[in-house]
Design a binder for this molecule. Sequence first.
Ligand SMILES: Cc1cc2nc3c(=O)[nH]c(=O)nc-3n(C[C@H](O)[C@H](O)[C@H](O)COP(=O)(O)OP(=O)(O)OC[C@H]3O[C@@H](n4cnc5c(N)ncnc54)[C@H](O)[C@@H]3O)c2cc1C
Length: 286
Amino acid sequence: MTRIADLLAAGPTWSFEFFPPKTSEGMVSLIDTVEELSALKPDFVSVTYGAGGTTRSTTRDLVVKINQERAYPAMPHLTCVGHSRAELVSLLEDYRASGIHNVLALAGDPPTDGSPAVGDFTYASELVELVHEVDHFTVAVAAFPELHPRSVDRAEDRRHLVAKLATADFGMTQFFWDVDHYRVMVEELAEAGSTTPVLPGVMPFVNVAGTRRMSAMNNTAIPTWLEERLDAVDGDPEATRKLGVEVATDLVASLLELGVPGIHLYAMNRAQSITEIYDNLGIKPR
Ligand SMILES: Cc1cc2nc3c(=O)[nH]c(=O)nc-3n(C[C@H](O)[C@H](O)[C@H](O)COP(=O)(O)OP(=O)(O)OC[C@H]3O[C@@H](n4cnc5c(N)ncnc54)[C@H](O)[C@@H]3O)c2cc1C
């Protein structure tokens, strides 16, 4: 039984994030990716969850499979908005019975059509509380270096983040393009007395339009130099992927210099960019 909290204590950790594929071909390809990336001996991997439960069984099955077959733990993401308490208790009990001991507890986004979210939960902190009630899981929570898009202001965002981190074992960030956003957030958390480690999330992008769309959605500013470089590779998939690797490599190098508790790489179900980042930095599987 591996708890990520224990791995972090011996850190820095290296971890990868996957999403549950929509098709059987996507699943076959992901299984190959997992096989390839296992050679890098990650400390753990995580699998995203479709808000409101749209990937409930695929996330669950994938996490249980990786957890059973690999030497490292797989952590499910879990969102609470739109779920009843009973639904979440049943999923958490299933995880516990399946040997899963780590959970990333998230709010999730309310419905995009503007209809009110049904269910028993509004904020991630309520799910953290529920996860602790069900069992002694290691609990991770989300952090937004550039503030969560729904935050009223900086002070309010940090106040809620400090309170949430105090009840969790570690945090994981949204992606960012300028390491200063992460550095400043960590300083603000330390000034507020928070000692919970927060892993930076790094995304080696593969698509120009998707990068712009996701950055806008997540309140992630694209610096002018990156806008210009994205313009220059737009329409050339391999040049875009290579730029994604270059930008991610530079970010990881700067983060390691800061002395981060670990690096969480958004693998997006592909192995090539991740192995290239390892090669660029001379990171050897441990
Ligand atoms: C590493 C990472 C992984 C993610 N994985 C997924 C995934 O797998 N699936 C998915 O659907 N989404 C995922 N998300 C996105 C996330 O679900 C959304 O950003 C969601 O809108 C907020 O989730 P949260 O857990 O940060 O929410 P919260 O911590 O609840 O924060 C949401 C907003 O509410 C505010 N807030 C918090 N508590 C209070 C309070 N008591 N009173 C008033 N305001 C409050 C916060 O300041 C913030 O503005 C991920 C995000 C990250 C960073």
